[in-house]
Design a protein around this ligand. Structure first.
Ligand code: MD5
Ligand code: FE
Length: 205
């Protein structure tokens, strides 16, 4: 485990292979009912390379018209988001240090060429609750900056089963995903697309 004074913690290998497998099945079952869709940037309508869906009472989304926001229904199916699996609620209890359960679980799917540019997560009214992130499938090169856009960044590899807790000051740090390492995991079923799943648990309000 790597922990820094600014509230960042990386729990490498938090979930063993069996737990990763069980969790992946829970997520893929929910994706079948609440499909990954392609979000677009506010105003420009430029599509993100990551596809997304959500679990829990609230889900994060973005499109050209409405911009970044939380809402209770899937933008394509108009159904409520599926529930957050018990294994993730237990994870939140174990690592977040927060008294209330997560309200949103954003599911990000990274295909082989997907990226996420450096950004700050700032769409939650719950400004001090941590974010808990789980990586499944292929590994990623994650970039962690600081409170300002300029300034040094560090890169670290996130592997399947790793859990990151962004608490304290690190909750407001710039971060992104530079690249996905093709063929670095055999977790996801072969009939599923190759890539990485990232699950982020959050308080919204
Ligand atoms: C990912 N997702 O790997 C990342 C993991 C997102 C997103 O960035 O917004 O969906 S969440 C990493 C995160 C959240 C909040 C703060 C910090 C990192 N940080 O300061 O490093 O798909
Ligand atoms: Fe983020």
């Amino acid at each position: 485990m790597i922990e820094t004074p600014d509230g960042f913690a990386l729990h490498t290998g938090w979930f063993d292979r069996a737990a990763q497998h069980a969790l992946a099945l829970e997520i893929l079952n929910r994706i079948a009912r609440s499909p990954l869709y392609q979000p677009s940037m506010p105003r420009t309508g430029k599509p993100l390379s990551v596809t997304m869906t959500n679990l829990g009472p609230l889900g994060w989304m973005t499109d050209k018209q409405g911009g970044y926001r939380y809402q209770s229904r899937h933008p394509v199916t108009d159904e409520p988001w599926p529930d957050i699996p018990e294994i993730l609620l237990a994870l939140w209890e174990a690592v977040s240090g927060w008294p209330e359960p997560p309200q949103a679980c954003l599911v990000n799917w990274y295909g082989p060429d997907a990226r996420m540019g450096l950004h700050v997560d700032a769409d939650e009214d719950a400004k001090t609750a941590p974010v808990v992130s789980v990586s499944l499938g292929n590994s990623a090169r994650f970039r962690l900056g600081g409170p300002t856009r300029k300034g040094s960044t560090r890169s670290l590899r996130l592997n399947s089963g790793d859990v990151v807790v962004l608490g304290g000051e690190s909750r407001r740090f710039h971060h992104g995903v530079d690249r996905i390492y093709a063929g670095s995991s055999t977790l996801l079923p072969p009939d599923w697309r190759p890539g990485r799943l990232n699950l982020t648990l959050r308080r919204v309000n």
